[in-house]
Ligand binder design. Structure first.
Ligand code: AMP
Length: 211
């Protein structure tokens, strides 16, 4: 399966991607995670992206398109993949089409802005391995400590309230138009994000089983 996950930042794409990835045995490709890793490693690309990511702005199209091109050429993508956080603009979607990538569906997780703001204030990530947690919805076993690697859980700089509002504006103006783009290709699937993650997962898996 070749799947695009759409939805506002904080709508739960990452969590759903993990579950779909396990269920369908396909890798998740998160441009956000790739960029954050580059930032941490202080590569050229990471340094270029730093100012954008910290303000909640989008990294320029040519940078992320290059990342995706390289990543999709890797062996583990042969049987399918989940794109989490890409495309985020119409030119990025057009670039996928130009690469000859035919997706099965673009699934959008729909969550109200007010709920997004509430959720993002509780989001925590492991500063060592990047695993994500939530103070209400996905608590670590030990407070403030990553279950997988024992790293410290911190608030991502771009999850701070002011940046969250900017990321939501960016989402509505630049990314949400992708819903119409994929609707026109009869690829758009909508799932209402539920209060309980497990309920969202059940809806997501049911929707995917029907394509
Ligand atoms: P995410 O973890 O997907 O919310 O991504 C975090 C940040 O990485 C975004 O706010 C952008 O600055 C950058 N980013 C990730 N994916 C993309 C993309 N497809 N296009 C542009 N910027 C991106």
């Amino acid at each position: 399966m070749k799947l695009i996950l759409l939805g506002a930042p904080g709508a739960g794409k990452g969590t759903q991607a993990e579950i779909i990835s396990e269920t369908y045995k396909i890798p998740t490709i998160s441009t956000g995670n790739i960029i954050r890793a580059a930032l941490k490693a202080e590569t050229d690309m990471g340094l270029k992206a730093k100012a954008y990511i910290e303000k909640g702005e989008l990294v320029p199209d040519e940078v992320v398109i290059g990342i995706i091109k390289d990543r999709l050429a890797e062996d583990d993508c042969k049987n399918g993949f989940i794109l989490d956080g890409f495309p985020r603009t119409i030119p990025q979607a057009e670039a996928l089409d130009t690469m000859g990538i035919v997706i099965d569906a673009a699934l959008s997780i729909e969550v109200e802005d007010s709920e997004i703001v509430k959720r993002m204030s509780g989001r925590r990530v492991c500063e060592k391995c990047g695993a994500s947690y939530h103070t209400l919805y996905k608590k670590p076993i030990k407070d403030g400590i990553c279950n997988s690697c024992g790293g410290k859980l911190v608030i991502r700089k771009d999850d701070e309230p002011e940046t969250v509002l900017n990321r939501l504006n960016v989402y509505h103006s630049q990314t949400e138009p992708l819903k119409d783009y994929y609707k026109a290709q009869s690829k758009l699937l909508l799932v209402e994000g539920q209060e309980d993650v497990k309920d969202t997962t059940a809806l997501v898996l049911k929707t995917l089983s029907e394509i």
